[in-house]
Design a binder for this molecule. Structure first.
Ligand code: ZN
Length: 141
């Protein structure tokens, strides 16, 4: 079984963009503050206005952990594997959680966590993890 994202109204544009190989950034329609994950209200000004822009897809590792069991059975078979937090190059302060992989469709344990370091340049890649569900992931740039 593949766990797929729950696509709600707030995140639909993010997933739609991922489906066409773009990393979308939700931002406030009033003050333009970017935010992740997508949500209905701006944390800076409380506006509910939303606009979407496309990020370059480049960033650097801001932090990471190495996941070990206990994990959901679907993920336990890949352990240990890194889970990363990437700060986007063109959106300083905006951080996205994900996995780092050796190739777009490689398993989430395809990069040895010992090779990762804070500040490692990465770029977004996209993989269809289930029919019609495209996930952004990260590869060393
Ligand atoms: Zn705002």
């Amino acid at each position: 079984m593949i766990t797929t994202p729950l696509i709600d109204d707030d995140g639909a544009a993010f997933w739609e963009a991922a489906g066409s190989g773009r990393l979308a950034v939700q931002r406030c329609g009033a003050c333009e503050t970017p935010r992740f994950p997508p949500r209905p209200m701006c944390p800076a000004c409380r506006s509910r206005a939303v606009i979407w822009t496309t990020a370059s897809g480049y960033g650097e590792l801001w932090s990471f952990v190495v996941a070990h069991p206990p994990l959901l059975p679907e993920f336990a078979r890949f352990a240990p594997y890194p889970v990363v937090v990437v700060e986007l190059e063109d959106e300083p302060g905006l951080r996205v959680v994900g996995n780092v992989v050796a190739a777009p469709d490689a398993p989430i344990n395809s990069v040895d966590p010992a090779t990762l370091r804070i500040g490692l340049p990465v770029r977004a890649v996209f993989a269809e993890i289930a029919p019609g569900v495209v996930h952004p992931r990260w590869m060393p740039a």
